[in-house]
Design a protein around this ligand. Sequence first.
Ligand SMILES: Nc1ncnc2c1ncn2[C@@H]1O[C@H](COP(=O)(O)OP(=O)(O)O)[C@@H](O)[C@H]1O
Ligand SMILES: [Mg+2]
Length: 143
Amino acid sequence: MKKIIESCSPAETEAAGAALAAYLSDISPDSLYFVCLTGDLGAGKTAFVRGFSSVLSPESRVKSPTYTVVNEYRKGAVPVYHFDLYRLEDSEDGLDSIGFDHYVQSGHCILEWSEFLPERPAGAVEVRITKKGDEERLIEINC
Ligand SMILES: Nc1ncnc2c1ncn2[C@@H]1O[C@H](COP(=O)(O)OP(=O)(O)O)[C@@H](O)[C@H]1O
Ligand SMILES: [Mg+2]
């Protein structure tokens, strides 16, 4: 699936995240999802995660994992792991040190600053968010 969505508000970006989670749940209900987000600071990555998690872990409070690398949301059938890899930039074995493989095998992973991932797992969904104006965003989804 390849999709381009124009968003004009944080709510629309959240809705795009929710729509992706609903789509994945529909076509592949028993899988674990791995979603790679790219986009500058303030693009709306966290907003997208908020929508995504609202489907897979309803009513979890979604915030950027600023002082940790990963937040866990556990109100769905399997956990949602929300990563922000920004601060892994400088460390070679950063992902190994947090036990990344365990996360990948036990829940849905959605990652901000996924450009810092050394390699993407097979089947990863790519989401690129580009700022077009104060409130306009282009959201490109490949899965
Ligand atoms: N269309 C939009 N989609 C998402 N965020 C938007 C949009 N328009 C304005 N914003 C603002 O941009 C910021 C996005 O923040 P956030 O989701 O934390 O971005 P990121 O995680 O990419 O740094 C918020 O302050 C939000 O209010
Ligand atoms: Mg963020």
